[in-house]
Every structure is written in structure tokens, then in C-alpha cells.
Design a protein around this ligand. Structure first.
Ligand code: SF4
Length: 224
């Protein structure tokens, strides 16, 4: 499977924010979010082919209790099922929730992509149609939330995005305490500005607020 990077850091987002974790980042994605913060796994996928043995050995080297399998879209990576069954410890899988696989997973961290992600303005909009068709798969979301402990994590750019968030939450029946709103942005100033009005929405509606600690701590860098 194609691996972009393996590194040890803290989980920056979601219900496990702050937990030291080894990150395994697969390369390759079926979506093309216009604001993708890991374009080296989607728009210009980079990485090296690795076998499961070598990935497991590198993860074990850190001796961490938590492992985060992320991407790209890890659920489309070949051998994702074998990898998640072989790696020890608590596993979070970070997925857009558009496709299914037979994985072992302790927290399915699903980030359904809203209309704000559609790349109308990039590469003459050539990915926009496919992205829009694939980005929201209600049946798969329902199945993943029934099969695994889960959280729904939404990247929110504008207050108007909340109409879609409410509709998706209602359709999946996920408890609001498992729904996180996260500001869109890759620089601390934009995150703080958006974060303030998103926090007010959380207070009003009962959703959780998700920080992006890794950006606050280290900026928009790879491998942190
Ligand atoms: S789903 Fe994730 S990796 Fe894929 S394009 Fe969107 S933000 Fe990037």
C-alpha cells in the first residue's frame, strides 16, 4: 500500500484530541476537496509502496497506545483490513465515509464532506462532478456508525454550512455529543476567527467543538 508518512505526534482533532498517537498516512483519495490540507495524498499523491510487515514494525517502534490511520482516504487503501488487524492498540480510522472495508477500528472518525469542499475553481473544475457525486454516501455513513464506535467531524467554513450538517446528523441519527464542528483553515488566525462563531453554534445546538491543535502548535506542516 502507498504510504505518505508515518510519524508520532498528538491527535490534534476530535474526541481524542491531545492523545499521543502514531499516525499512518496512506496516500490516495477518491475525493478532491478544494481546501484539502494534505494535497500530497489527494491532488498530487506522493509516497512509497510499503508492505504491511514494514508498516507494523515502524508503528511498534514508538510503543504508543494509540494509532491513527489517516489519509488520503485510508478505506480505499489495499490491505487496509490486514493492516488494522495486525497493528496493536487503539485504532482510530479517519475517513470521509464514502466507502466501506472490513477493518478493525476502535473509533471510526468520519468527516463527511459538505458542499464547501467541491473544487469548482481548481483545475478548471474537472474534479467537481465526481467529487460532488461521491462526497455524501448516506447508506455508508449509517453502516459505519452502526458497526463501529464513531464520531462525525465536520469542517465548517461558513454559518450557512450548518443546514447540511443538521441534515446529515438527522439522517444518520448520531448523538450530538459525538458530532464535532471544526473550523476550516490552515493558519491559526483563520482558525481563531472561525472558531469563535463556531463555538457559539456549539453552545446553542449542543454539538462539540473540535480544535486543530497540531496547526495551533506547529503550523501547517507535514509530519506533525
Ligand atoms: S477527503 Fe481528505 S484527503 Fe481526500 S481530498 Fe478531502 S481533505 Fe483531502
Amino acid at each position: 500500500m502507498k504510504i505518505s508518512e508515518i510519524f508520532y505526534s498528538i491527535q490534534g482533532e476530535g474526541m481524542l484530541a491531545g492523545v499521543p498517537s502514531v499516525f499512518v498516512r496512506t496516500s490516495g483519495c477518491n475525493l478532491r476537496c478544494t481546501w484539502c490540507d494534505t494535497p500530497y495524498t489527494s491532488w498530487q499523491p506522493e509516497g512509497e509502496e510499503r508492505d504491511v510487515d514494514s508498516i507494523v514494525a515502524e508503528v511498534e517502534k514508538y510503543g504508543a497506545s494509540h494509532v491513527v490511520v489517516t489519509g488520503g482516504e485510508p478505506m480505499i487503501a489495499p490491505q487496509i483490513d490486514e493492516l488494522t488487524h495486525r497493528v496493536q492498540g487503539h485504532i482510530t480510522i479517519e475517513t470521509a465515509g464514502t466507502t466501506d472495508a472490513q477493518v478493525r477500528c476502535d473509533l471510526m472518525s468520519i468527516s463527511p464532506k459538505l458542499a464547501n469542499s467541491t473544487p469548482h475553481g481548481r483545475e478548471n473544475g474537472r474534479w467537481a462532478g465526481q467529487h460532488d457525486r461521491l462526497r455524501y454516501q448516506p447508506e455508508i455513513l449509517r453502516r459505519l456508525t452502526q458497526l463501529y464506535p464513531h464520531q462525525l467531524k465536520f469542517v465548517v467554513a461558513e454559518p450557512g454550512d450548518m443546514t447540511e450538517v443538521h441534515a446529515i446528523v438527522e439522517s444518520t441519527g448520531v448523538a450530538k455529543t459525538r458530532v464535532l464542528l471544526m473550523p476550516e483553515g490552515v493558519d491559526p488566525a483563520a482558525l481563531a476567527e472561525r472558531g469563535r462563531w463556531i463555538a457559539e453554534i456549539c453552545k446553542r445546538e449542543g454539538y462539540r467543538f473540535s480544535p486543530r491543535m497540531h496547526i495551533e502548535l506547529w503550523g501547517n506542516r507535514r509530519g506533525v
